[in-house]
Write a protein that binds this ligand. Sequence first.
Ligand SMILES: Cc1ncc(COP(=O)(O)O)c(C=O)c1O
Length: 425
Amino acid sequence: MKNLREMTQEERSAEKKSQLERYQQYLDRGLQLNMTRGKPGEDQLELSMPMLNVLNGESDCRDSFGVDCRNYGELLGSMDARKLFGNYLEISAEETIIVGSSSLTFMYDCIARAMLKGVLDSKEPWIRSGKTKFICPVPGYDRHFTICEFLGIEMIPVELSPLGPDMETIRKLVKEDETIKGIWCVPKYTNPYGGCYSDETVRALASMETKAEDFRIFWDNAYGMHYIYKDVPVLNILDECKKAGNPNRAYLFGSTSKITFPGAGVGFFGASVENIKYTQKQIAAQSISWDKLNMLRHVRFFGNIEGIRRMMDRQAALLRPKFDRVLSILESELDGCGAGEWVRPDGGYFITYIGNKGCAKRIHQLCKEAGVLLTEPGATHPYHNDPEDRFLRIAPSYPPVNELQTAMEVFCVSAKIASLEALEI
Ligand SMILES: Cc1ncc(COP(=O)(O)O)c(C=O)c1O
């Protein structure tokens, strides 16, 4: 299709008429399709069903250190699980703790504790510093932004490219402002771009000068092994922080939410041993111990990191046809036609669409009216404020391929209509 911008007025009118006719056909079908959240598909969940049986009829519920996983104890998690998921985060077991079944909950807890009590190097609780600010690379993960908003932390958006955030801007900001206490990072297959931080970015984050001595990098490695097309290595942030003389700067997070069962897997946290000891004292006020039977199930099910790798190969094999389908429709419908761009991810759960200025809300609305639900426009930005109204997050993981096909056709027709309308203004 010819680029919409290069069309004459008559050509655009004819194109709009034909796209509206197509759109009407979808309206008439009364569709009900949902691409709002990055949930695993049912076929992916099936892969972990055998895990539910690994303790069935099993009289031995002790881990390899002899700890009875049925009972209280081991606030930091069973050592077998700390080893396994330390391996996942590429850090030692002593630097890893298992924190229940959700990493997001622990991210929230870490910030809430920092606000009330401070972190290891704090002179005072963050909340006392008058204002607390976080750097938020955009587009980013909406739930990170919700944590900040809920806890009254001011968010500073900084542009993210698929190789990482704009480090020049970040360096300047954190060097001068003591109230900037942290940054959100999804370093691998970022939500929503699907790209990975370059070595240069990781080193810059680890070594940059920060006015706040108690600055923390919230390194949310939610997609650490979740390749779809390409396994991309990302530098180890904890090592880089140690090398740069900032050993306590990084907090690492991860979970098996998209490896086994979302919200019913295990969440984990990694940091320097000093940070872990400090955190241990704080969480002792909150918990006696988390669910070690679930940790044991995961450890016995996977055995070792190779077991997780094999699972991720199977997960990728189920996700790839869905991503292929979405990308091929975007390419065949929108390539070169001036109705937006998209980022081809290496892994993760999302595809980011970047529309023409002022089009994202309209595309969302057109899709919704045709029965195709997408993540809310603005969700990729702090305060739901996408200043140019351009970003939409496409989540292909949950619907079956035939539904994705229709949903993406509706999406592309909507993108063309919205882009043509924008050219009329
Ligand atoms: C970047 C990121 N972090 C965290 C989570 C949630 O993790 P959990 O289920 O471990 O709380 C998600 C889920 O979509 C995510 O995309």
